[in-house]
Design a protein around this ligand. Structure first.
Ligand code: G3P
Length: 222
């Protein structure tokens, strides 16, 4: 994949579940095709397989557990999401936080299965720590802005700049995403201008009346 990466996290939103999830995946595929942008989706596990099978978009799990296949009731392994067609996985989302040891174990599991790893972080210090582990991406998302519609690009550009700086210092091979309240092409443009490699967002697309139109706006200034 080349160019900025946009990942739409469907979370556990009713508007991003079942048929609604496939509608968003279809919109992502359509807008990616017409714009050349790279747009991935992170559906619930229950929708992951069908989206990976029927829609030509990079599919991310929202979380994986750092365990190997075996007696782990209620866990989800990297092997399982890989077999269902996942391309990558989020790790340590603010709504699914892990300990440092668990983050490392999930990352090891992702590597074992060839999944692209996106470690989510909540501040500059955790971004630096995550970068030291060497995932493909870290995604800095100030928790207080998540789901508010107030864009990190506009409300807290400093955290993006400081995170990008920290990652370059610790491990320049790691790419940086940012998220929280991102909903327009302008937010994406500002984030990229601050040195990121893309964005991670949810409500701006999932809760939009017309997800395809919301995605078109997001890629409009690329
Ligand atoms: O994973 C994306 C996320 O936490 C940001 O959510 O709704 O503010 O775009 P949202």
């Amino acid at each position: 994949m080349t160019g900025p990466l946009i990942i739409v996290n469907l979370k556990a939103y009713a508007e991003g579940t079942g048929e609604q999830a496939t509608r968003i995946a279809a919109a992502a595929r359509e807008v990616a095709e017409e714009s050349g942008a790279v747009i991935g989706v992170a559906p619930a596990y229950t929708d992951l397989g069908i989206i990976a099978r029927d829609y030509d978009v990079p599919v991310y799990a929202q979380h994986i557990d750092g365990v190997t296949p075996g007696a782990h009731t209620g866990h989800v392994t990297a092997e399982q999401v890989r077999a269902a067609g996942a391309f990558g996985t989020l790790i340590n989302h603010s709504e699914r936080r892990l300990t440092l040891a668990e983050i490392e174990a999930s990352l090891t599991a992702a590597r074992r299965c060839g999944l692209q790893a996106v470690i989510c972080t909540n501040n500059v210090a955790t971004t630096a720590a995550a970068a030291a582990l060497g995932p493909e991406y870290v995604a800095i998302e100030p928790p207080e802005l998540i789901g508010t519609g107030v864009s990190v690009s506009k409300a807290d550009p400093g955290i993006i700049e400081r995170s990008v700086e920290a990652v370059r210092r610790v491990n320049p091979a790691v790419k940086v995403l940012t998220g929280a309240g991102i909903s327009t092409g302008e937010c994406v443009k500002i984030a990229l201008g601050l040195g990121t490699d893309g964005v991670l967002l949810a409500s701006g697309v999932v809760k939009a009346q017309d997800p395809a139109a919301a995605l078109r706006d997001l890629v409009s200034l690329l």
